[in-house]
Design a protein around this ligand. Structure first.
Ligand SMILES: [Zn+2]
Length: 408
């Protein structure tokens, strides 16, 4: 009798395991992916939306030239509920004229995001708070949040921060690939030695009005200065892990530990170069350098015809000398590292689509569910995956709003 019971128990136990394993199929992952709120904290798609006749409401075939990485039909396909559309301004010489131009450029990009929300209001709506995104999801709507990439857009006028907040922007990335009046960039030489005095005022003002400080792109010194200055948690909207891919744009383990102490979150960037150290590709580098020499900085080219030519030649070079792309598994290695180092509460995803983001298996927004599949495959619980896909970011978003000065 005992033997029979043991046998029966074994069968029951084994079938339980089999059942559990059976549950975690790709189909299981896809259902989970649809059920949870998914947020990408950075894409540069507004550059397409504002500059060309490109229609964000139409489906573009993935992988084709000019398709871009994000449009509304593909957001639906990829089960991405919330996108932070960045109003990006390239860093130029810091003159009053250029400051003014940067402000106008940011305004134009913000307008393009709002226009999308008006034109396609039955599909996507503007979000101003975390609750908006959850509410929209319930109604089957996508959410567009606005971020500003590069504090150059505020020039030297602190009041512009509130102005952008009133226009709907919810984070500002303090700088881009060059130093500005706020801080040093990770890709530039030392100028302020971190955050400038003006930069400290910027961080304090952002805390005061409840706007998220984004530390992606800033130098290591500036990063630590920001953490000393801010009274609210911060985000790195699109950055990866330096211990895995040694790139100045990525966060070191010391930075990650400090970020955890601050209560902030790193949103892993799926830009190949930040995910996996590329093999040397001198022909490609030379060809790209020659292209830059021929046309000058991309942002300075105004003629649409020349811009088109520039873009085509750029794509030619990319196709002729391709880089070996990182994969979804490589991306999830970065998530694993953060989780092992500082826990599950400080990591999310920020693709940088249309700003260079895209890896094998997640090369555009329609493939976002593959990240969930890989997380499930590696044994992350549903709850953990929900945190990675937006729960962690939303916690920070709420805390930042909670820090808002009482008189606002
Ligand atoms: Zn960027």
């Amino acid at each position: 009798m005992k033997k029979v019971l043991i046998t029966l128990f074994s069968i029951f136990f084994i079938s339980m395991i089999a059942c559990n394993q059976g549950e975690k199929t790709p189909e299981y992952s896809d259902i989970l992916h649809q059920r949870i709120l998914t947020i990408d904290t950075h894409c540069d798609t507004p550059l397409r939306m504002a500059d060309t006749t490109w229609d964000v409401g139409a489906r573009h075939e993935p992988g084709l030239r000019g398709s871009g990485k994000v449009d509304l039909p593909r957001m639906k396909e990829g089960g991405l509920d919330v996108e932070f559309f960045a109003a990006f301004v390239a860093q130029r010489e810091r003159t009053p004229e250029n400051n003014q131009e940067a402000l106008e450029k940011a305004d134009k990009l913000i307008r393009s995001i709002k226009d999308m929300c008006i034109k396609y209001s039955e599909k996507i709506q503007l979000g101003l708070s975390p609750d908006d995104a959850y509410e929209h999801e319930k109604q089957g709507l996508l959410t567009a949040f606005i971020g500003i990439e590069n504090g150059f857009a505020i020039g030297q006028d602190i009041s512009n921060i509130h102005r952008y907040y009133d226009m709907g922007a919810r984070y500002i990335t303090l700088c881009h690939t060059k130093n500005n009046d706020i801080c040093d960039s990770s890709n530039d030489s030392t100028e302020h030695g971190g955050l400038s005095d003006f930069g400290a005022e910027v961080v304090q003002e952002m805390n005061r009005i409840g706007m998220i400080v984004d530390v992606s792109h800033i130098s290591d010194e500036a990063f630590f200065d920001v953490l000393e200055t801010t009274t609210a948690p911060v985000i790195a909207s699109h950055s990866s892990v330096r211990a895995i891919c040694d790139n100045v744009r990525n966060l070191s383990d010391d930075m990650l530990k400090a970020l955890a102490e601050n209560g902030g979150v790193i949103q892993i960037c799926i830009y190949t170069e930040y995910v996996k150290k590329p093999k040397p590709n001198p022909e490609r580098e030379q060809a790209l350098a020659a292209l830059r020499e021929k046309y000058g900085p991309w942002e300075d080219v105004k003629d649409p015809e020349i811009k088109k030519q520039y873009r085509n030649e750029y794509y030619d070079i990319r196709e002729k000398y391709p880089v070996e792309k990182a994969t979804v598994a490589d991306v999830v290695d970065h998530i694993d590292h953060v989780v092992e180092l500082i826990g599950i509460d400080h990591v999310g995803i920020g693709t940088d689509f249309d700003g260079g983001g895209g890896v094998i298996g997640c090369d555009d927004v329609s493939e976002m569910s593959n990240i969930t599949r890989e997380l499930v495959r590696r044994g992350y619980s549903d709850k953990d995956i929900e945190k990675i896909w937006g729960g962690n970011f939303m916690r920070v978003f709420r805390e930042v709003r909670g820090h808002k000065a009482a008189n606002l």
